[in-house]
Ligand binder design. Structure first.
Ligand code: PGA
Length: 248
């Protein structure tokens, strides 16, 4: 794992944006894995700007989002489909058929998850996976206890994840308790992974991800086995971590 620490969240977004831009320019038909949440928002804003400036085209890019809430349709304001359209997809070129997100209203979530895996495989796998990090160490919605071999599946969210995501929902509206998430095994197969964490609330998860023996209690520690993993942190997220990444 390469660990890169930048002074601020803005500097992290600048750096990760540059990495993505370079990747897309070199591989304009590549397959990207994409996260939602607060961390990637400034990165998506920069990608929209660079598209508008003519620096990059998304027309041949294929995307697979990490997860979607079960029970929310693509038009629900709290769905990740809405999040992605508003932050990125509505503002760049490329047909909607290139942008994959699990269907949160699928009658058979297990079947939907299996189909999603099939679509990733049919696309040739994920070239570059961008990941956020949960305060509890989750990646995607792979909560503590998830198997490192897990594939895309229906999952239960922990109370801390539901509380952390409340801010994306209206007052009095609870986020769903279940989701379809890419599995840890699915994520680890990506040919390149960039993990981004900013803010003091991520400092403990970062320390455990980088500095401790891997354990399903801290799902992000599975990334110690990932191919070509880059971790990009701001100074606050790096504040608990001292030293070189843990080498099993
Ligand atoms: P955040 O979420 O970017 O909103 O902090 C990250 C995550 O939970 O994976």
């Amino acid at each position: 794992m390469d660990v890169i620490v930048k002074a601020s969240a803005e500097a992290v977004a600048d750096f990760v944006h540059e990495q993505l831009l370079e990747h897309i320019k070199l591989s304009p038909a590549s397959v990207l894995g994409l996260p939602t949440g607060g961390t990637p928002e400034p990165i998506y804003a920069r990608l929209v700007e660079s598209y508008r400036s003519g620096l990059v085209s998304w027309k041949d890019i294929t995307t697979f989002n990490l997860d979607e809430y079960i029970g929310l349709g693509a038009d629900h304001p709290g769905s990740y489909a809405t999040y992605m359209r508003e932050r990125l997809f509505d503002h760049v070129d490329g047909p909607a058929e290139h942008h994959h997100i699990p269907n949160g209203l699928a009658g058979d979530p297990a079947g939907e998850a299996a189909e999603y895996e099939g679509k990733i495989a049919a696309a040739g796998g994920i070239d570059l996976m961008l990941l956020g990090l949960g305060q509890n160490g989750h990646i995607g919605f792979n909560e503590p206890g998830s198997s490192f071999q897990s594939r895309t599946r229906a999952v239960d969210l922990t109370p801390s994840t539901i509380a952390a995501n409340q801010r994306f929902f209206g007052a009095g509206e609870l986020p769903p308790r279940k989701a379809i998430s890419m599995g840890i095994g699915t994520i680890l197969e990506a040919r390149r992974i960039i993990v981004v964490a900013t803010g003091e609330v991520k400092a403990v998860a970062v320390r455990r991800m980088l500095g401790e023996q891997k354990t399903p209690d801290l799902p992000a520690s599975a990334l110690q086995d990932g191919r070509n993993v880059m971790v990009v942190l701001d100074a606050l997220a790096a504040s608990e971590y001292r030293g070189a990444p843990f080498v099993p």
